[in-house]
Design a binder for this molecule. Structure first.
Ligand SMILES: [Zn+2]
Length: 435
């Protein structure tokens, strides 16, 4: 089929940022300073001999090594390189190569050499697991291996990890990891819209319905609809966890009050056992941390689950384009009381984030439209709608209502109405199908 032949496979690179555990910061800084000096050395050579920049990166690396380090033959013949690396401690091979490539990159971009990040080549790091990385650092005297645990987004196992970058900020060290994902279909939205007959548009309400999806034809006709629930289930679990945190904190308060009376008793009896008391306190603090993490994981779990369900629905419907509202810099939900959403509870942004990365691996593109007037207008006629809940009268200020009514008599589920507006807003950019 024609459509099939147009599919192109490829790779997409996404950079994930994780935070390194706070240890030996002075060594990280010393390594960074040394790296900067080595970069500056090669950058200086490139400024002296600008014609070198005409060479390819690969041959330039070799040329710079000959000009700065020399070769065995040169050494045997007693020939000194033009720009020797003097005054430096021993620079490991991969550290040098990384610095050369950074210098070349900066020289080509005609950028300065202030504060270059360290690109870590193999040999500068090892044992890169899902939670730790071992870095070869210069501690001011010699090179040492240090293991750094890290926290942040978990690195997806299916992606190939490319050379990570070490980024230092005031007192914090970050690792930026470029990840290469295999993509089944790398056609752009525009290319796809030349052949696609249908799209999927999604809205992200609050409360029990976490997402509502509609399949629209090119002309905006609704072909299928589906809701993705789980909000109530999640809130239920969250309430249980919160209650446990509350109880645990209360008992901790009681424990502390009891400890204070123990201190007074200590003078008359032997019942004050310091180590035991501390142990209990630590345990309950640990338990609370785990409970708080549990609440956080709950949101993550549901965001993952819903994004997987939306994707499965789209695969089953053979959809290649998913349209979502672009919430990235449009709205701060905490400031928008009328949206009746709770910044912590609402999962829209997280679902979209998950959906984007899961979808493109399946050859499905997630694209977005501006989220203006998607939830307060009728998707049929464009008039302002009123929302209401079952058994209530439609009111102008009933923003949280699940149903809607428009002045022209169109009515139905407000979440699907929003999804249709998202889809139609997108289709507006592609009025005609090219044949
Ligand atoms: Zn209407």
């Amino acid at each position: 089929m024609e459509q099939k032949s147009k599919n192109r496979t490829g790779n997409k690179i996404l950079t994930y940022r994780v935070r390194l555990y706070d240890r030996h910061f002075s060594w990280l800084k010393a390594t960074k300073e040394l790296y900067t000096q080595v970069v500056q050395h090669f950058f200086h050579v490139l400024q002296q001999e600008e014609e070198l920049l005409k060479e390819s990166d690969f041959s330039l690396l070799r040329t710079l090594e000959i000009r700065c380090i020399g070769t065995k033959e040169m050494k045997a013949a007693g020939i000194r390189p033009d720009y020797p690396l003097t005054g430096f401690p021993k620079i490991p091979l991969y550290f040098r190569r990384s610095a050369i490539n950074t210098a070349v990159d900066l020289a080509r971009k005609k950028a300065g050499t202030v504060n270059p990040h360290i690109t870590l080549y193999k040999g500068m790091y090892q044992n890169f697991t899902d939670t730790t990385i071992e870095l070869k650092l210069f501690n001011g005297e010699k090179w040492v291996w240090v293991t750094y645990p890290f926290t942040g987004r978990s690195l997806p196992p299916e992606a190939e990890r490319l050379s990570p970058m070490l980024v230092l900020e005031k007192r914090t060290a970050w690792l930026e990891v470029p990840l290469s994902f295999e993509v089944q279909d790398i056609r752009t939205v525009k290319e796809r819209m030349e052949t696609e007959e249908r799209i999927c548009a999604v809205s992200f309400p609050d409360h029990d319905v976490l997402a509502a999806a509609v399949i629209l034809s090119r002309t905006g006709e609704e072909l299928e609809q589906k809701v993705f629930r789980g909000g109530n289930e999640k809130e239920d679990q969250r309430r249980k966890l919160s209650a446990r945190i509350h109880t645990s904190e209360e008992s901790r308060g009681m424990e502390e009050r009891r400890n204070r009376s123990d201190v007074r008793m200590e003078t008359v009896s032997d019942c004050g056992d310091g180590s035991n008391i501390t142990g209990t306190k630590e345990n309950s603090a640990k338990e609370n941390a785990a409970l708080y993490a549990g609440i956080h994981d709950l949101n993550r779990y549901y965001a993952h689950r819903v994004s997987r369900q939306i994707l499965a629905f789209c695969q089953q419907q053979n959809i290649k384009i998913i349209v979502v509202p672009n919430y990235e810099n449009a709205l701060d939900f905490r400031d928008k009381q009328y949206l009746k959403t709770d910044g912590y509870r609402w999962l829209g942004r997280s679902i979209i984030k998950n959906l984007k990365y899961k979808a493109f691996q399946q050859g499905i593109l997630v694209t977005s439209v501006r989220p203006y007037h998607i939830s307060d207008c009728c998707s049929e006629c464009g008039e302002k709608i009123r929302k209401y809940n079952e058994g209530h009268t439609a009111g102008k200020k009933y923003y949280g209502g699940k149903l809607f009514l428009c002045p022209n008599g169109h009515k139905g589920n407000a979440a699907f109405n929003t999804a249709r507006n998202v889809g139609k807003s997108f289709l507006g950019y592609f009025p005609e199908k090219r044949s």
